[in-house]
Structures are given as structure tokens and as C-alpha cells.
Design a protein around this ligand. Structure first.
Ligand code: ADP
Ligand code: ZN
Length: 665
């Protein structure tokens, strides 16, 4: 590793990645879907207990009802599944959903069935008799929704059977898997294009959370989408609070975060299996309810850990990125990165697993320069190997990966609002508020500003100029600190006026500032194996005192105590109190959560499928005494009211009797 290396800053301005959302004329519906939408809404209220559709969901559903092809790009937690589930409930015929993850599909099928919808799943993991039962349900045209793995779709004769069964619509989940530009290519996905060729009239809707322009175009091309409606959701996740800190003592730093979330669910990502196991061991030794997960442990153990996490029997999972796609726990309150992920896409996907219920959650990343270099070395090595194996395009791919990595590095070391950075990275505009986003370490003022930023920046910049802008960060740091190295003497740099001008500052501190100057564009680096530093135009202006950078000190831990933000600091309880104007009975809330956990275990489904936290909190605020009152509560559909209403009402009544409190009448 070349210590002198500092990665390049991200390009100052990125072009828009996404075309603007095309508004859909209200009267465009060929099948009179104005009235179709009303039916969808009624169905969404009845079956899912949601009051309204999110704007993008409405557009996607409208396109689906109009039998239009569509590509829907929505961040994790945006509510993609409703977009294909809801129209399937009112459409004649079968909707087929292709998805790569069996556990994810299974949760959806369980969820739909608990809401009274005829849905089934076909995967290679089922035995012949299970498959047979599903096949006959398909043949008898009993199903509204069928979920299939791409492997199943690719089996001979399967497409013919779907045609015979009256397939009317196809939804492709995780559609980026069809593209080898994406970060998760699956060759079987290519089979979906075949279905389109056989049934050109079949409308196809593709869904993904991550899409760069290449991937997006590739999805459209591979699926053969015709004049697709392109819908792109907002990439901001206002309920997430982001924090980024240099890694020092990782386990202590993690414990600092965990103290803000005792008894809550979270994920800690580490880079290697070894790091995962060590970190999990150390956390467990400190009394954290945790287990670990990576691709090196047996499938059975992985499944057990995932299930325990899902069932709320385990608070924290320490894992490599192998853990994630399959988890559908919506109440993950924190995601910690123990090191720098590979790129902004990965960061956003992994942090996206926090707070999918819309309640506040915290994302903290701990990074170090060595993470950057490890990734870079890895990327270069695999590009070399690809080239040696005669694969073309390795250089392009390396360039693209390094650029993605560089952007994330820029975010980590820069002091730009994290929400703004992420939203702009995905090609969208960030609506600025005067006092910042209120949900990141930068805007919350947790980063300590260095008082004499301008002077320090000028010292660094002028040292680089004195060294003829031909040296790397390591050497410049040595000169600034007044070190006495052979190289410094050899170059005569001990005679420069800037030699020792920052004596007394630590090397880490100086490197930290240089990284900030790079990230904010005062400095530029040549890149390559021996990158050297030089001043940008703004750097020159800074030397003249015309531009004033803001530098931040190396920090230890966030000073704020709660993960909370102005935009989303409410817990489920506070939200329920605000919504109902009633006092939430916390003991009752706890009791209902326990009931939910045991029901979930009995039924073998994840707890959130019973009712989510917000709905339970509303129960604890409103304390309904009969089914009619229960039905009025957000999140309670007809099926759930009938199925689960009695046990919950009983528990609420028992609680009232036990505590002698008055129930709401
Ligand atoms: P994605 O697949 O895009 O990651 P999901 O479909 O799993 O997201 O939805 C994320 C969460 O949002 C779920 O908890 C879901 O119940 C909730 N949700 C989806 N649509 C709505 C809606 N219209 N109103 C309220 N909650 C919703
Ligand atoms: Zn911010």
C-alpha cells in the first residue's frame, strides 16, 4: 500500500442520473382506471389497512392498471411491493412476480395470505408435493399472485404453463439483477426477456432500488420494455439520521451507538468474516444480545440467525454484506458500518434497511483510510485477473468501481450534509432548509469546527505549493510537522518556511484536514499509483484569502444523546400520542408487543406481519374495546380485524382490568 496516496475527490457536479418523472395524465386510463384507482384504494384500505397511497405508488399502480410497461426506481422502504400487489387484487387474471430471494417472497406471501389474498410461491426449495399443490392452484386459476424464483421461471415448459394459466401481468422485483452492470447480476433473469418475446402484449413492470443510468437502460433493453413509464422516487430517507466518524476503537464506538438503542434491533456490518466474528464476540462479552452472519457459516446456521432476528429473539446481527436482502424486519433502528463500504450504492442500500417502518433510525459509519486502500487494491487485483483471463472491459469496470468508491470516500471525509450528498448523488435535488437537514452529524452541529480553519488550510496549501505540487500527502504531512526524514533532507524541504509550520499537530489530524480539502475541492490529486497533490482554482483563491474553507476536528463521539432528528425524532409511542392526542399506555404497549411476539412465533411469521409498532402504539393510546373501534385504527384491515382483533381486544381488556384503569369507551 502506498501511504502517500489520498483518493481523488468526487467530481464537483454530477449530471442528473434520472430523467424527471413524467406526469401521467389523469384521463389517460384506457380502462377507466379513474374508477380503477378508487377500487385499488378501497382494496388497499381493506386488505392492508393503509389510509393512502404514496405519490409514486399511485403513479406505478396507475401505469399497471393501464397495462403500461414501467420501470420503478424507489429506495428501499419506499413501498415497492404494494405497487404490484395492489393492482393484482382488482385485476382479472394472474399477476406473476419474479424475485431472487425466497425468504423475501415467502414473507410477502405470508403477509398477503394473512390479509386474505390468494397468493402462492414457487421455488426450487420446495419439494415435489408442495410444488404440485401450487401448480394445480395455478391451473385452476385460483390465484391472484404467484411469486417465482428466476430459476423456476427458467425451467422448461414453465412459461407455457403460465400462459395457459392466464398470466395478465408480470412484475420483476430487484430488476437490476438482469444487468451485468448492476452489482448483483443473475443470469437466470435473462429468461424473463423470453417471456416478453412469447407474449408481446404482456405488460411488464420492473422494480429496483438501485439504478445508475447504465443499469436503468440495460433493464429496459433486456426486458424489452416498450415506451416504459419511468418513475423515480425520492432518494431521501428523512427518518434516517446519518453519522460518519473516523474509526478509532471500533467496539467502544459501536457500544456508544448501542447505548442509544438498548433493546432495539440493529445490524453491524463488517468487511471480513474474521472481523465479523471478532466483533460479535467482543460485543457479546459486553452483554449485547447478538449473533453473527456471513457466507462462511452453514446455511442452516444462517437461516437460524436470520429467523431469530426476524422473530425479535435477537437484537443485533453482526454480519458481512451477505446479510440483508432477505431480511424484512421493518423496525431496524440502527445500521452500523464498521468500515467503508464499496460505494455509495452499497452504503445507501445497506443503510436503507434501517427504519423501513418510517420511524426514526440511525446510520453510523466508521471508516479509515486503510479501508479505502483495501478496496482499491482489491478492485485493481480483480481487474488484473479479469484481464489475464481475457475478459474485455476490465479497465472500464475498474474505472467505474474506483469512481464509486471515491464518491463514498468524499462523503465520509467531507463535511457536506449527508442527506444532501446522497440525494444529489442519485441525481436529485435536495430541498434545503435554512438550518440544515436536522438529521445528520454535519447539520446537527456534532462535528467540531476548527476555529482557525482558514489559517490551517492556508498552511497546508502553501506547503504543497512550496513542494512544487509534486508530492503526496504523506510527505507533505511530514514537512508540515517538521519531521526529520531522509527524504525531507534529500529534497531540501527542511529549509522551507513551511517546514514545521504545523508542528504539534498529529499526523492523523493533518491527514484528516487534507482529506477534507480534497473532498471539498480545494485540493486535487493526480490519482494513479503515486498520486501527488496540487491546488485547484478554489485552492488558489483560498491562499489569497478569497475563499474560506470550513475544517472539522477529528472527533471522538457524537455529542447528541438521541438518534433523534427534528424531522423524525418521534418514537412509535410519541407518534401515536401526537396522532391521537391521547396518552399512550406504555405498559399496555409492552404487553401488546409480547402478545405479538408469541403470536408470530406460533404462526411462524415475522412479528411485523401481525401488526407494526405504530399500530400497536395506536392500540395503546386508543385502547379500543370493540371490533368497530379497532377497525378504525390505522393498520387494521378487515381480515386482520376478524382474525387478530379478538385476541388483541382481550389483551387490552385484561390489561385494563388488571391496572384498574378506565378504558376508552
Ligand atoms: P420496499 O420493497 O420498497 O423496500 P416495502 O414494500 O417492503 O418497501 O414497504 C416498506 C414499508 O412501507 C412496509 O412496512 C410497508 O408496510 C409500508 N408501506 C408501504 N406502502 C404504504 C402506504 N401506502 N402507507 C403506509 N405504509 C406503507
Ligand atoms: Zn444534514
Amino acid at each position: 500500500m502506498n501511504r502517500d496516496e489520498i483518493p481523488r475527490p468526487p467530481a464537483a457536479a454530477r449530471g442528473s442520473l434520472f430523467a424527471p418523472v413524467r406526469p401521467m395524465p389523469r384521463d389517460a386510463a384506457a380502462d377507466g382506471s379513474g374508477d380503477g384507482m378508487d377500487r385499488v384504494l378501497a382494496e388497499v384500505r381493506r386488505s392492508f389497512g393503509f389510509e393512502s397511497l404514496r405519490p409514486l405508488q399511485e403513479q406505478a399502480i396507475r401505469a399497471s392498471l393501464d397495462r403500461r410497461d414501467a420501470l420503478v426506481v424507489m429506495p428501499t422502504g419506499g413501498g415497492k411491493s404494494l405497487c404490484y400487489q395492489a393492482p393484482a387484487l382488482i385485476r382479472e387474471g394472474l399477476t406473476v412476480v419474479v424475485s431472487p430471494l425466497i425468504s423475501l417472497m415467502k414473507d410477502q406471501v405470508d403477509g398477503l395470505r394473512s390479509n386474505g389474498v390468494a397468493a402462492e410461491l414457487l421455488s426450487s426449495a420446495q419439494d415435489a408435493s408442495e410444488r404440485h399443490a401450487v401448480q394445480s392452484a395455478i391451473g385452476a386459476r385460483e390465484l391472484r399472485l404467484l411469486f417465482v424464483s428466476p430459476e423456476r421461471l427458467a425451467t422448461p415448459g414453465f412459461l407455457e404453463r403460465l400462459e395457459a394459466a392466464g398470466i395478465e401481468s408480470l412484475a420483476v422485483d430487484e430488476a437490476h439483477c438482469i444487468s451485468h452492470w448492476g452489482h448483483d447480476f443473475r443470469p437466470e433473469y435473462r429468461q424473463i426477456g423470453e417471456l416478453r418475446r412469447r407474449r408481446p402484449d404482456l405488460p411488464i413492470q420492473a422494480y429496483t432500488a438501485t439504478a445508475t443510468p447504465e443499469v436503468r437502460d440495460d433493464i429496459v433493453a433486456q426486458l424489452g420494455l416498450r415506451d416504459p413509464e419511468i418513475l423515480v422516487g425520492s432518494f431521501d430517507r428523512p427518518n434516517l439520521t446519518y453519522r460518519v466518524q473516523p474509526r478509532q476503537n471500533l467496539v467502544d464506538q459501536i457500544m456508544g451507538v448501542l447505548r442509544r438503542h438498548s433493546g432495539e434491533a440493529g445490524i453491524v456490518y463488517c468487511l471480513s468474516r474474521k472481523d465479523v466474528e471478532r466483533t460479535a464476540r467482543e460485543l457479546a462479552a459486553k452483554g449485547v444480545s447478538c449473533d453473527y452472519y456471513h457466507a462462511g457459516i452453514s446455511a442452516a446456521d444462517r437461516e437460524r440467525t436470520q429467523d431469530r432476528f426476524q422473530r425479535e429473539e435477537l437484537d443485533v446481527v453482526v454480519a458481512t454484506v451477505a446479510f440483508g436482502m432477505g431480511i424484512d424486519r421493518t423496525d431496524v433502528r440502527f445500521v452500523i458500518h464498521g468500515s467503508l463500504p464499496k460505494g455509495v450504492e452499497q452504503f445507501s442500500q445497506e443503510t436503507g434497511r434501517a427504519g423501513r417502518d418510517g420511524l426514526p433510525a440511525e446510520c453510523v459509519m466508521f471508516y479509515s483510510g486503510s479501508d479505502y486502500h483495501n478496496w482499491k487494491n482489491l478492485m485493481e487485483r480483480s481487474a488484473r485477473e479479469a484481464a489475464e483471463n481475457g475478459l474485455s472491459g476490465a479497465d472500464d469496470e475498474l474505472g467505474a468501481s474506483l469512481e464509486r468508491l471515491g464518491h463514498l470516500w468524499g462523503m465520509a471525509t467531507g463535511a457536506v450534509c449527508r442527506h444532501r450528498f446522497l440525494v444529489e448523488y442519485f441525481g436529485q435535488e435536495f430541498e434545503a432548509q435554512a438550518d440544515g437537514c436536522g438529521a445528520c452529524d454535519v447539520c446537527l452541529g456534532e462535528l467540531a469546527r476548527v476555529d482557525d480553519s482558514l489559517v490551517i488550510a492556508q498552511k497546508i496549501l502553501s506547503c504543497i505549493v512550496r513542494c512544487d505540487q509534486r508530492y503526496g500527502a504523506g510527505h507533505i504531512t511530514d514537512v508540515l510537522r517538521g519531521a526529520d526524514t531522509a527524504r525531507i533532507r534529500q529534497c531540501g524541504h527542511d529549509r522551507l518556511s513551511t517546514h514545521g509550520i504545523l508542528a504539534g499537530r498529529s499526523a492523523r489530524e493533518i491527514r484528516h484536514w487534507m482529506e477534507q480539502l480534497l473532498a471539498s475541492g480545494y485540493l486535487a490529486s493526480t490519482g494513479g499509483n503515486y498520486p501527488t497533490l496540487h491546488l485547484s482554482q478554489t485552492g488558489v483563491q483560498c491562499l489569497r484569502g478569497e475563499e474560506e474553507p470550513v475544517l472539522f476536528a477529528l472527533q471522538e463521539a457524537p455529542r447528541g444523546k438521541r438518534s433523534g432528528s427534528k424531522r423524525g425524532s418521534e418514537s412509535a409511542l410519541e407518534a401515536a400520542a401526537a396522532e391521537t392526542g391521547a396518552v399512550v399506555d406504555e405498559a399496555l404497549y409492552k404487553r401488546l408487543k409480547d402478545l405479538r411476539r408469541s403470536l408470530a412465533r406460533e404462526r411462524g411469521v415475522p412479528p411485523y406481519l401481525i401488526f407494526n409498532d405504530r399500530t400497536l402504539a395506536l392500540f395503546a393510546a386508543e385502547r379500543p374495546t370493540d371490533e368497530a373501534a379497532l377497525r378504525n385504527i390505522k393498520g387494521v384491515g378487515d381480515k386482520k380485524a376478524a382474525d387478530l382483533g379478538p385476541v388483541f381486544l382481550e389483551s387490552i381488556a385484561e390489561h385494563a382490568a388488571a391496572s384498574g384503569s378506565q378504558t376508552a369507551s
